[in-house]
Design a protein around this ligand. Structure first.
Ligand code: NAD
Length: 347
């Protein structure tokens, strides 16, 4: 139902059936995994971006460079869910024959939950690493600073397992992702400590401070280490690929991502048996304390996998504010007779 409603919105907005389905699958998939920040709550942003040209729904992915071991694609602000899917498909095909490939995807509209791309690679039996920058107006202060200079530059890595869910490491390099602050605000909750500064550089727990004028500033996770990774995401994810970087205070109304992905086939490089056996030993060792305290040590990816099962069983809770924002955005885009009004009315 939710997937169909989202898909209908994007076909009504001018997208192909395939593009709309990829967008809907990705967004609902993020909700299923508990990342409501990257779920259907971004629909208003996407519809607004389509209107202003920040997202070009029917854009084709363009190959701009191919050295054999590395391909760079320019997405020309095409929908991230479509551009990312096609770029990963191309990378998976090459890595499965050559053993490894580096894929550059530059100037895409929002690529959503970056773990989605690691999961696509893991489903094909590939290990992958993803460095991503965000150009949407600076929002994160460098470690040691109080002024916004970069985006929430996410990092992800995926490790496939035989007959088990993959290990998926996937996070923003800010203490909290921007969308999470929106979720806290919509749910009327206060923020954890050390995630946000006011525009004056004072620590705050109020999510509304991020949306104040002048806006608040997010803080990198892990102090200088998270800050270093955020900078690496900017340089690897975009600068190296000739993609747009965040280097001034200008605010792009769209969210533009560039991503550098490294895909490796353990099968092709001849380590598949050792990799599988060493990884299971490492994973058993790091979780061995669970014998005494079951569930205390989780592997990256497990919270999302458990949440997916729970939400498949029980449904996805969407707060009324989010549904209302989508219904209003749909009306503003002239897509008034769609299912979200019905969904919003039902809550
Ligand atoms: N496209 C963009 O511009 C953009 C920007 C920033 C973030 N994002 C996405 O936002 C999403 C949310 O990011 P986030 O920083 O809020 O993520 P988060 O803080 O929820 O961290 C998620 C990661 O931590 C792991 N994890 C969580 N709890 C754990 C535990 N107890 N033990 C072990 N591992 C655990 C998860 O499995 C996952 O790998 C991500 O999917 C990210 O890719 C996208």
């Amino acid at each position: 139902m939710l997937r169909e409603a989202v898909s209908q919105l994007f076909t009504a907005a001018g997208g192909s059936v395939e593009a709309a389905a990829l967008i809907a699958d990705h967004l609902v998939g993020a909700n299923l995994r508990g990342h409501d920040s990257h779920g259907i709550g971004v629909v208003p942003l996407y519809l607004a971006s389509i209107k202003t040209g920040g997202m070009v729904l029917d854009r084709e992915l363009r190959l701009v460079s191919d050295t054999g071991g590395m391909m760079i694609f320019d997405a020309g602000r095409g929908p991230g869910q479509v551009m990312g899917h096609r770029a990963m498909e191309a990378g998976i095909e090459l890595a499965k024959t050559k053993g490894s490939v580096i894929i550059g995807l530059r100037n895409s509209h929002h690529l959503g939950r970056i773990g989605h791309w690691a999961e696509q690679c893991a489903a094909a039996g590939l290990v992958s690493i993803h460095f991503v920058n965000v150009v949407a107006g600076p929002i994160v202060a460098p470690f040691g600073g109080t002024k916004a200079r970069l985006g929430t530059n996410p990092f992800a890595a995926g490790f496939p397992r035989i007959a088990a869910e993959p290990v998926i490491v996937d996070f923003a390099t800010s203490r909290l992702a921007m969308g999470k602050i929106r979720v806290y605000r919509n749910q009327g909750k206060t923020l954890p400590d050390n995630a946000l500064l006011t525009a004056d550089g004072v620590k705050t727990n109020d999510p509304n401070d991020l949306f104040a004028d002048p806006p608040g500033v997010l803080v990198p996770f892990g102090e200088h280490k998270g800050w270093g990774l955020a900078l690496a995401c900017e340089l690897l994810g975009a600068a190296l690929l000739g993609g747009e970087t965040q280097h001034d205070g200008s605010k792009d109304p769209a969210v533009i991502n560039s991503m550098l992905s490294i895909l490796v086939s353990p099968d092709q490089i001849g380590t598949v048996a050792a990799f599988g056996s060493e990884m299971s030993q490492v994973l058993a060792w790091v979780q061995s304390e669970n014998n005494e305290a079951p569930g205390r040590v989780l592997l990256p990816g497990q919270p999302e996998q458990a949440m997916r099962q729970q939400r498949l069983d029980e449904g996805i809770p969407i707060d009324p504010a989010t549904l209302e924002q989508i219904a209003t955005a749909a009306s503003d885009a002239g897509l008034s007779d769609l299912m979200f009004h019905a969904l919003a009315r039902r809550t």
